[in-house]
Design a protein. Structure first.
Length: 374
């Protein structure tokens, strides 16, 4: 009997040891300790940015190693720059109300624009320290993995440049031109967005040139209104004129002694109702306004999959998610596991707000951080 008890105890001990060993191996394999690539080990002055002269390697044996691409001609860049700026408002020195006496040189204007172009837009003060600013021109915004693997997720965000242009446009005041959908340089003064200050001495009209160097870039919601106006206005006018003339004729027949002012009032009322009804009917299906980041994975030159992330979108633009309506104002975690095993991740941007040549009107810029490799 004692022998049996000892045997049972010994057997249980051996089984327990085997199970403990097996469980330990499984945990090591399936739950690796997360170690994101954050770029914080790279040296960068506070509230500054830097465009590297060549592709650079980041990461280590714990996080994995990637090579970040950059194409820097010395004049312009595509690919990725490094930044830790977090300026979220219109540049003060570009405002006609706060510009320095004598104005700015072209280089000073560009540097003021860069204050927003190389800043991440976040709801509160950014806490991620260093991050990348990607320029997707020429398909140069990509990173490669030292060893093929799965990218668990990345963090993406808007630059302040894109956020401000998509939210308000190149001009910000209290008044909008209904035809062009541009805020007016001669409009009323208002506070600079992102700055909590009720002192009206700091109210003004603010500007931020678009990538074409002009102040013609408009807010994203305005692009939808312009698209509707282009289609609906001639149809609405035709319907309005017909309804107005019919209403005036009927009114005159019933009221031969009526004044021209009374007749015009009847015309105007009928015109407005018919115009609005025809306009709505003609434009009900027109939905416009998005800025999209497409993330593409590839392995040995073959695409493994793509993931779309809206950096800005208007209601009903995406049929699958018609309720989407936002301009991204913070970091967003994007799961990339569906791309599978990859050795390269490429970022592209697109928008339905384009110029006559089909090029994006907004800058092809975005922010990237927190890359986690499995």
């Amino acid at each position: 009997m004692k022998f049996i008890k000892k045997y049972i105890k010994a057997t249980v001990a051996v089984i327990g040891l085997v199970l403990f060993s097996a469980c330990t191996d499984e945990i090591d394999l399936k739950i690796p300790y997360p170690n994101d690539i954050t770029f914080n080990e790279l040296t960068l002055g506070r509230f500054t940015y830097d465009i590297p002269s060549a592709p650079f390697e980041v990461g280590d044996s714990k996080s994995g190693v990637i090579t970040v691409n950059v194409n820097n001609s010395g004049v312009d860049y595509s690919g990725f720059a490094l930044s830790n700026k977090n300026f979220r408002s219109y540049p003060w020195d570009l405002s006609p109300d706060f510009a320095p006496e004598g104005g700015l040189t072209p280089d000073q204007v560009q540097e003021s624009i860069n204050t927003t172009a190389f800043s991440v837009y976040t709801n509160r003060v950014n806490t991620t320290e260093n991050y990348l600013v990607g320029n997707t021109t020429g398909d140069n915004a990509y990173f490669t993995l030292a060893e093929p693997g799965i990218v668990e997720h990345v963090l993406v965000a808007n630059t302040s440049y894109n956020y401000l242009l998509a939210s308000y446009g190149s001009i910000l005041s209290e008044d909008v031109d209904p035809v062009t959908q541009e805020y007016l340089l001669t409009g009323g003064k208002r506070s600079n967005p992102g700055i909590a200050n009720d002192d009206t001495n700091f109210y003004g009209v603010f500007t931020l040139p678009g990538i074409d160097g002009t102040l013609r870039t408009i807010r994203l919601s305005g692009t939808e209104l312009l698209a509707k106006y282009e289609v609906g206005d001639p149809i609405g006018k035709e319907a309005g004129i017909t309804a107005g003339e019919d209403a005036r004729s009927t009114f005159i027949a019933s009221n031969p002694d009526s004044t021209s002012e009374e007749q015009q009032a009847v015309y105007d009322a009928a015109y407005n109702v018919a115009y609005n009804d025809a306009f709505e009917a003609a434009t009900d299906s027109i939905h416009k306004g998005y800025v999209k980041l497409t993330i593409e994975g590839s392995l040995s030159g073959s695409v493994t999959g793509t993931i779309d992330v809206y950096l800005a979108i208007r209601p009903n633009v995406d049929p699958a998610y018609p309720e989407y309506s936002y301009i991204l104002n913070d970091w967003r975690n994007v799961d990339l596991t569906s791309l599978g095993t990859v050795d390269k991740v490429l970022f592209k941007m697109s928008s339905d707000y384009v110029d006559n040549e089909g090029k994006m009107v907004y800058p092809s810029l975005f922010c990237l951080d927190g890359i986690r490799l499995q």
